[in-house]
Design a binder for this molecule. Structure first.
Ligand SMILES: C[C@H](O)[C@@H](O)[C@@H](O)[C@H](O)C(=O)O
Ligand SMILES: [Mg+2]
Length: 431
């Protein structure tokens, strides 16, 4: 990898807060943003990677990426992928930098951005979309990308190999795609009128599964859930998402008050680190038929391991930019399979839909072979800034065909949205 004398790590921000896109009970004004990484090889190939942020502080992630750059620049792609587990360890276990995490917080977001770019580069070098690169790998090679440190008490390499049965129903995915649900109809800052209109339009386009933001005000939640349930009807699926707003007892009583609207899950009811709290909530809500979903702020495989061990979640929400890239997502997919807990990836952010679709296709084809209680999140924002945007047909993700990990943004979009020097921000600041 070379640095080529120019900046390769960028702070790119979109002013989504202006229209309340992405708003929830804890993040009331997100500007969907990314620390964006471009790797250059000596032979002229480029790999693109990103990690998702909400605006302020993205510059800190960019600095963390720069701190990791020394571990990447000067290495060849072949050297990295020949011992990908070793390279993952190098990035996450540097004797000085690991003090900043380890494997969590800003440094982990930066690790994800860098490794996402490496995976993108690898898939491009092979001329395949990332999901296909994974599907075509030997189980041994897949397992060699995973760091099993701290998880061998629940998953050994041998067990992982046994799980990876090899490609199964790839054809089904090519024909039908992977089922999706939408969050874009019901961000917390949207008006009733907007909720109703967006749900009605989504129903017409074939959507049957809807997620609603809750957690700020109970009366308002009852009102919004009623409105949406009435609009989507009794047979479509509803999920609710509190984004960590409550204490444990509060979560149980609040969700009990919303149970008449029959949500499939309550997402992030409390602190993302409170594994036993999630277990208590799961136990209390099970008789109501409501599961607990979490993972978008679960920074590493060890946390997921414990959530699974403690029966603290019924839906695993992997995130392509929170965990340490594909390497660590593979570990979580395999553990979820061992515990027979369905994986429903998180994608509410810029670029997350583009990335995570690759992981869930791999999960279906090589790991789970099941669609029961499984779906991938979709949000309808900012896809126009990517060179290979997601393709949704009849509420399904259609498998990407272009080589890479779908991380590349249009150069014009990057330029316009760079913070603070891009035109979009200059204009907003001068208002
Ligand atoms: C701030 C973001 O939009 C979150 O609200 C979003 O990721 C959300 O939790 C989701 O599940 O999509
Ligand atoms: Mg969420």
């Amino acid at each position: 990898m070379t640095e080529g004398g120019r900046r390769i790590n960028l702070d790119v921000r979109f002013p989504t807060s202006l229209e309340q896109h992405g708003s929830d009970a804890m993040h009331t004004d997100p500007d969907y943003s990314a620390a964006y990484v471009v790797l250059h090889t000596a032979c002229g190939l480029r790999g693109f990677g990103l990690t998702f942020t909400l605006g302020k502080g993205t510059e800190i992630v960019v600095l963390a990426v720069e701190a990791l750059a020394d571990l990447v620049v000067g290495k060849s792609l072949q050297d990295i992928v020949k011992d990908f587990r070793g390279f993952y360890r190098l990035l996450t276990s540097d004797g000085q930098m690991r003090w900043l995490g380890p494997e969590k917080g800003v440094i982990q977001l930066a690790t994800a951005a860098v490794l996402n770019a490496v995976w993108d580069l690898w898939a491009r070098a092979e001329g395949k979309p990332l999901w296909k690169l994974l599907v075509d790998m030997d189980p041994e090679q897949i397992v060699s990308c995973v760091d099993f440190r701290y998880i061998t008490d629940v998953l050994t390499e041998k067990e992982a190999l046994d799980i990876l049965v090899g490609a199964q129903e790839e054809d089904r995915m090519m024909k039908e795609g992977y089922p999706a649900y939408t969050t874009s109809c019901a961000w917390l800052g949207y008006s009733d009128q907007q909720l109703k209109q967006l749900c009605t339009d989504a129903l017409k386009s074939g959507w049957t599964k809807f997620k609603v933001k809750v957690g700020a005000n109970l009366d308002d939640d009852i009102h919004r859930c009623r409105l949406i349930r009435q609009t989507i009807g009794p047979n479509n699926t509803l999920m609710i998402d509190a984004n960590q707003r409550w204490d444990v007892a509060e979560a149980i009583s609040w969700v009990t008050s919303l149970s008449e609207f029959k949500p499939l899950w309550i997402e992030e009811p409390t602190s993302p680190d409170d594994i036993l709290g999630h277990a208590a909530i799961s136990k209390a809500l099970a008789p109501l038929g409501i599961g607990v979903a979490t993972g978008e702020q679960c920074a590493n495989r060890v946390m997921f391991k414990q959530f699974l061990q403690a029966s603290a979640l019924q839906f695993v929400q992997i995130d392509s930019c929170r965990l340490g890239s594909v390497n660590e997502n593979l570990a979580v997919l395999l553990m979820a399979h061992k515990f027979q807990v369905p994986v429903c990836p998180h994608a509410g952010g810029v670029g997350l839909c583009e990335l995570v679709q690759h992981l869930i296709l791999f999960d279906y084809i090589c790991v789970s072979a099941s669609l029961s209680n499984r779906m991938c999140e979709y949000v309808d924002h900012l896809h126009e800034h990517f060179t290979s945007p997601v393709v949704i047909q009849n509420a399904h993700y259609m498998p990407p065909k272009d080589p890479g990990y779908s991380c590349e943004m249009l150069e014009s979009s990057v330029q316009r949205h760079q913070y603070p020097e891009g035109d979009t921000w200059k204009l907003l600041m001068n208002k």
